[in-house]
Design a protein around this ligand. Sequence first.
Ligand SMILES: [Zn+2]
Ligand SMILES: [Zn+2]
Length: 373
Amino acid sequence: MKRDYYEVLGVSRSASGAEIKKAFRRRARELHPDVNKDDPDAEAKFKELAEAYECLSNPETRATYDRYGFEGLRRGGFQDFSHVSFEDIIRSFFGEGIFGEGFFSGGSRRSRGADVAVEVEISLEEAAAGVQREVEYSVVGDCENCGGSGAAPGSSRRTCPTCGGGGVVRTVTRSAFGQFVRTGACHACGGAGSVVDEPCSECSGTGAVQTQRRLAVDIPPGIDDGQRIRVTGMGSRGEGNGPSGDLYVQVRVAEHEQLVRDGDDLVYHQPLTIVDAALGTTVSIPTIDGEMELDVAPGTQFGEVKTIRGKGMPRLRGRGRGDLKVVMDVIVPRNLNREQRELLKKFEETTSEKNYNGGEGFFERIKAAFSHR
Ligand SMILES: [Zn+2]
Ligand SMILES: [Zn+2]
């Protein structure tokens, strides 16, 4: 059962030619199989739409359809699209460039310039404070000799006589299923809309040259290893007045010798002798802002974490800073000599459960662990 053409296009029977065209463009964008890859009926729906438009966009076939319906069209020689390949429909309606140019955009060929990536390495301190770095990279830029126009100095580009500056040419094609207007990039100017009579000798008339560019880039405080900064418009130049690409600065944050980053927090491992851990001490610890003194409480256990608020990394998006987490690594002495062993044994004899209290049955666990001796 064929659906009514007006219903397919979603217009009333009194719609004007312009309304029909507008409705077709809108529906074609929605139904185009390139944007409906998961819909197995996309091609069929698109064909139905193209056929409806083919009929209603032509006043003669439209009148026939209005008066006599599908049967009248068939008798009048109008072929439906059931046996036309989808590729032929696309080619007939849209020429070569389907969505980027021609029929839909109506404009000239304008392509965006390529994006360019460059890597910089900074220290953790620089990542914390923010830093400006000069980057140097290779990019397709405007030719300096002609200012990017491609025309030799003293001459200028002129409007392309073939396309009249639009960059697009329309050709009328007769095909098995009717007459179609194709649009495509103008071959005389390559879609640029203008031509050069006297090409610039430096760039052979392209207006573009490969060049080295230096640029100062601000790296914000709090940036993390692997993050990218986009500098809009600083990539390669576009074609045919298209916009320039972007520059991506890939940031590498070098490893710090003592501080390890964990999101916005920093982690430092503080080695302690068993004596310092037991008696307490004051140590000097590194922070991202320089050294600071830290009191270690008597009875500090292995793996205990002391959190110093606000001494971490600045938050890239948001206020404040993370924390510095100092992890206590209690180092058990090795290679004891006889005297040291005796001293420790004597010390051990003086200890009692009381010395190991406070750690959720810690003493019991120790006793259990060594009970097999
Ligand atoms: Zn040039
Ligand atoms: Zn042209």
